[in-house]
Design a protein around this ligand. Structure first.
Ligand SMILES: C[S@@+](CC[C@H](N)C(=O)[O-])C[C@H]1O[C@@H](n2cnc3c(N)ncnc32)[C@H](O)[C@@H]1O
Length: 203
């Protein structure tokens, strides 16, 4: 995986083993589940494990991803598990096409893949889909994760800069991403890639 992944990078990942596709929600999101309120948008939802986790907890959840393949898998899981959730093929750089505002947005591993110019566009789009007073929970690779495998590393300052206008960054906590256990060749830190979980409130 290159540091700036593109559509083909993700298509290739989903045609084989996608490191992040662990068949369950990310533990760092499970840990803050009680802080999640109201309706939830999962931006870059992949095959939907995080979205389905929050749907099972009773939230009205919409998951969006720009690839059809993971969205189809997410829909299939929802049917198999008898969970109600909406999954849509939508480019997160065009969130203005989402006709709704949400109390909570989760982003597990999307933000860190964007180049600078798309990062600005993405955050502007997030502002449009997050209700005033609503929160974004954003998990991204940390600058404390060594090496270059995987996505761009993000610093606390990068997060504060990206969300400087129209948002309050309430906290940025160190977490670990869980990745597939059968891909040790990726060489991430023992315990999983070091990451940040940012909690960001829309003003
Ligand atoms: C690292 S994966 C994380 C997937 C999921 N959030 C998870 O935790 O399993 C990033 C996801 O974002 C999607 N993605 C990348 N760029 C996107 C974009 N511009 N709009 C929507 N989805 C995008 C990819 O297809 C991929 O499913």
């Amino acid at each position: 995986m290159t540091n700036i992944p593109n559509r083909e990078t993700f298509e290739n990942a989903y045609s084989g083993k996608a490191p992040w596709d662990i068949g369950k929600p990310q533990p760092a999101l499970v840990a803050i589940a009680d802080k999640v309120t109201g309706s939830v948008l999962d931006s870059g939802c992949g095959t939907g494990e995080n979205a389905l986790f929050f749907a099972e907890r009773g939230h009205k959840v919409t998951g969006v991803d720009y690839l059809r393949e993971p969205i189809e898998r997410a829909k299939q899981k929802a049917v198999e598990r008898g969970v109600q959730a909406t999954f849509l093929v939508i480019d997160a750089l065009q969130l203005d096409s989402v006709p709704e505002q949400f109390d909570t947005v989760i982003d597990s591993g999307l933000f860190h893949g964007f180049p600078d110019e798309d990062r600005k566009r993405y955050v502007a789009g997030l502002a449009g889909v997050t209700k005033p007073g609503g929160r974004v929970f954003l998990a991204c690779f940390s600058n404390e994760e060594p090496g270059e495998v995987g996505p761009r590393r993000i610093s606390r300052m990068d997060l504060r800069t990206a969300f400087a206008d129209g948002w309050t960054v309430e906290s940025i906590e160190p977490i670990r991403f869980e990745v597939r256990a059968d891909m040790p060749e990726l060489g991430f830190s023992p315990g999983g890639p070091k990451a940040w979980l940012a909690t960001i409130r829309r003003l």
